[in-house]
Ligand binder design. Structure first.
Ligand code: NAD
Length: 345
């Protein structure tokens, strides 16, 4: 795939997702069209929509499409809790070795609980507690008397995510990396992560400051003084939890985008899920997916369009004061998208 020619069409996979997915994806795609984004979409189903249409939460057609395009915009995918099929998101990460999950959190509207938040979480995405090594041990007639789960971190995996985080920091003008771990208790599993990330940090010490925090202390400090953080790099489970906490610092989940990056593919998505409680009501906030689209434009080399989109978002929220219900406004998903389209046009 050649991303260097600025006006070339860029093939990309589009998975609208479950719940509010189709509503927010419609908004994102209309805005990208109005912006003149060069994506040529290949639409596929996954999640519950994949089960309904193809009997598979991650149908082969979706995998094949991402393998060809190496680029995808994905709405939230539903995962049954406590049983049923395995998360399609986790399967996608494994299938394409999407080892880095990047979640920027930036204050978009003044007047919130915290002003001027600008920090990025880089989460290791394929190892740790999410490898899915889990089983029950039955005792007597209780099939689930004991539950056992193991985590796996490898030195190679820790080094890969640490290298990614430091390179990200250098390329994005960041100054400091905080390595977050629980090496005081999970001495092997997260001790290896800390040791390896620190070792990588030493080769960047002239450009990037390194510090480390135990995850529970970090969670508290994020609430007390989030401005002390710049880039956080952490293991899979801690990154999952902290990035939602950090999304809460910049208002709501509906504003938080994320990217999953591997050597052969990049998938852009929302941090939030399929929001079944508001699905079909036309009130979902499409911003997280639109911000994910802006990250996708930058990734594809179209920083010009990404910049225009971010400016239009700022103007729609703060000059036009058009906001969805979760942000205290009254605009529907469609009305918000229309307002943003007027700004990008
Ligand atoms: P959720 O993020 O879907 O919803 C949490 C709360 O936030 C709900 O009250 C919801 O209405 C609200 N919310 C979320 N997105 C919003 C938006 N764009 N606009 C306005 N309000 C919004 O979390 P959940 O309910 O725990 O999960 C629902 C489903 O989503 C589950 O099946 C879960 O596995 C899945 N999930 C998918 C992803 C993903 O695909 N990236 C991420 C998280 C959860």
């Amino acid at each position: 795939m050649n991303h260097s020619e600025p006006f070339a069409k860029i093939p990309a996979t589009l998975i609208e997702g479950d719940g509010i997915g189709p509503e927010i994806m419609d908004a994102a795609v209309r805005i990208l069209e109005a912006l003149g984004a060069p994506f040529e979409w290949h639409s596929c189903k996954a999640g519950m929509a994949g089960v309904k249409e193809c009997g598979d939460p991650l149908p082969p057609a979706a995998i094949e499409s991402i393998r060809k395009t190496g680029l995808a915009l994905k709405g939230p995918l539903e995962t049954p809790v406590g049983g049923g099929y395995r998360s399609s998101n986790v399967r996608l990460r494994e299938e394409f070795h999407l080892y880095a999950n990047v979640r920027p959190a930036l204050t978009l509207m003044p007047g919130g609980r915290y002003e001027n938040i600008d920090l990025v979480t880089i989460r290791e995405n394929v190892e740790g507690m999410y490898v899915g090594f889990e089983h029950y041990i039955p005792i007597g007639d209780d099939e689930h008397a004991v539950a056992i789960g193991s985590g796996v971190n490898t030195r190679a995996g820790c080094r890969r995510i640490a290298n990614f985080a430091y390179e990200y920091a250098v390329n994005n003008g960041r100054k400091k990396i905080t390595i977050v771990h629980k090496a005081n208790i999970l001495k092997a599993l997260t001790g290896l992560f800390l040791e390896t990330a620190k070792e990588v940090g030493r080769s960047y010490e002239d450009r990037i400051k390194t510090e480390d925090r135990i995850v529970d202390a970090c969670a508290m400090q994020l609430v007390l003084n989030p401005w002390q953080f710049d880039v956080i790099v952490t293991t899979n489970l801690f990154g999952d939890i902290l990035s939602d906490e950090i999304a809460g610092l910049v208002e709501r989940l509906g504003m938080a985008p994320g990217t999953n990056i591997g050597d052969g593919a990049a998938i852009f998505e929302t941090v939030h899920g399929s929001a079944p409680d508001i699905a079909g009501k036309g009130i979902a906030n499409p911003l997280a997916l639109i911000l994910a689209s802006a990250m996708m434009l930058s990734h594809a080399g179209r920083h010009d369009l990404a910049g225009r989109l971010r400016t239009a978002i700022h103007e729609t929220l703060n000059t036009d004061s058009i906001r969805t219900k979760d942000l205290g406004g009254s605009a529907s998903t469609r009305q918000f998208a229309d307002a943003l389209i007027r700004r990008v046009s």
